[in-house]
Design a protein around this ligand. Structure first.
Ligand SMILES: Cc1cc2nc3c(=O)[nH]c(=O)nc-3n(C[C@H](O)[C@H](O)[C@H](O)COP(=O)(O)OP(=O)(O)OC[C@H]3O[C@@H](n4cnc5c(N)ncnc54)[C@H](O)[C@@H]3O)c2cc1C
Length: 421
């Protein structure tokens, strides 16, 4: 059994799978460790922004994505109180795929993982990284087969952390967990069929103490995903003791958003509700002092009100791999000294901030407006008179243009046009 690699990637969400694919394509030997069995569902609104579709092509999953994803998202909505406001969602300003679409994470993440595996990535699944340490210039990761006692140690000079931000880090002590706070945002997702939601509409839900979204995705399934403050959920549960947290949270959303009530009246729940969190919005650390790199949510997380998390996961992994591949001599990174890796890390962290910090700030402003009924209420009359302001907001949120330093600008046209790399 092989234990030594050029890179170890922890976590096979969109960030980790992207990193594994990019490095394997460049000839690196990669271990990708994922603690859960796939396909697995995940708390997520599952909307993939149009800016990301060329990257899915470049990763070799674009065609499969288009085959199963839901309808093109051509309109944006706002469900707040008794009101529903709808406006056109502007198309991406260039490229063959002009609108985003939604695809269940049980499908998207599996597509990416299968692609990585087909490229020769050594997939350790379901294995959990429990402990890490340095062995000279190498990172050593101790894995445990999830739910069993079997252990193994993997080593590599490059360690990429892509294990998301909602679960404890490897080596985290239970006592190190942050205490519960009323302002914590807990996340929930439910899936339904026969919901009354127009195909291609992407409503944002704004309600006291939270925000969220709904969408018709693959296989005629509607996803509703939202974040709610812990204190708002607690108050709701006090009104109906014994009610499950997810259902109490949904009660709260439905009480505050008529659009959700109407859409789910008569809809049939297709799977158990999922819960996660508290989410950790903000800029974390793309490069760590222990010499490891972070991508996806772990590097930085936007409030999920603009549906940018998957894009940021894929794009940050892409950005890091560009840096690693630019700097490394030849196909293997084994030759890169710790000093070289540190230079790559600092460069990556600087570019990461240039590409993502403003998206994180913009999402924070939108999230805080949505969670405050007074603020949303003050804006409503204006939005009702001019729904096109919603279209402008979508533009400002980066839904129509690739960011200037996005890797998409450097993907060859053949890939932009849907050809398999
Ligand atoms: C309510 C809500 C709605 C959202 N809606 C959208 C949306 O519509 N569009 C959008 O783009 N984004 C959305 N997001 C954000 C999106 O879900 C995340 O940004 C995205 O999942 C981040 O991807 P990632 O690869 O960084 O991490 P993750 O997807 O969290 O993947 C991390 C992986 O690491 C694994 N892992 C963790 N620890 C270990 C370990 N020790 N060993 C091995 N494996 C490990 C986990 O099992 C997991 O599979 C939403 C988020 C929320 C909360």
């Amino acid at each position: 059994m092989k234990n030594d690699f050029d890179a170890i990637v922890i976590g096979a969400g969109p960030a980790g799978a992207t990193a594994a694919i990019r490095l394997a394509e460049a000839g690196w030997s990669v271990a990708l460790v994922e603690k859960r069995d796939y396909p697995r569902r995940k708390v997520c609104g599952e909307c993939i922004a149009a800016t990301n579709l060329p990257l899915l092509d470049a990763l070799g999953v674009g065609e499969a994505f288009r085959e199963i994803a839901g309808p093109e998202l051509r309109r944006v909505g706002l469900y707040v109180g008794e009101r529903t406001i709808v406006a056109p969602l502007p198309p991406l300003d260039a490229g063959p795929h002009r609108w985003g679409r939604a695809l269940g994470r049980e499908h998207l993440d599996t597509l990416l993982l299968n692609r990585a595996s087909a490229l020769g990535v050594h997939v350790w699944q379901p294995w959990t990284v429990k402990h890490e340490q340095r062995e000279g210039v190498l990172h050593a990761c101790d894995l445990v087969r999830t739910g069993e006692g079997e252990t193994v140690r993997l080593r590599a000079p490059v360690l990429i952390r892509a294990h998301g931000s909602w679960e404890p880090e490897p080596d985290a002590k239970a006592s190190a967990r942050a205490p519960h706070r009323g302002g914590d945002l807990l996340a929930f997702k439910g899936t339904y069929r026969d919901a009354s939601i127009q195909p291609g509409l992407l409503p944002v839900l704004a309600f006291s103490g939270g925000y969220g979204g709904m969408v018709l995705g693959d296989h005629g399934q509607t996803t509703i995903a939202f974040c709610i403050r812990r204190d708002a959920l607690r108050a709701q549960r006090a009104r109906n003791p014994g009610r499950r947290a997810a259902l109490a949270a949904l009660d709260h959303v439905q009480a505050h958003c008529r659009g959700v009530r109407d859409a789910l009246a008569g809809a049939i729940q297709t799977d158990d509700w999922l819960a996660a969190g508290p989410i950790q919005p903000g800029i974390h650390s793309p490069w760590r002092a222990d010499g490891s790199f972070a991508v996806g949510n772990l590097a930085g997380e936007a409030h999920p009100i603009l549906g940018e998390g998957i894009s940021m996961a894929i794009q940050s992994a892409w950005l890091l791999c560009e840096r690693l591949l630019d700097h490394a001599d030849g196909p293997s990174a084994r030759e890169a000294s710790p000093l070289q890796l540190e230079r790559i890390g600092r460069d990556y962290a600087r570019r990461w901030r240039g590409q993502f910090a403003s998206r994180i700030r913009m999402a924070a402003v939108c999230a805080h407006l949505a969670m405050r009924p007074q603020a949303a209420g003050a804006l409503l009359p204006i939005l009702q008179k001019a729904p096109s302001l919603l279209t402008l907001c979508a533009r400002a949120a980066g839904k129509v243009r690739q960011p200037p330093n996005s890797p998409v600008g450097r993907i060859p046209d053949s890939i932009h046009n849907g050809a398999t790399p």
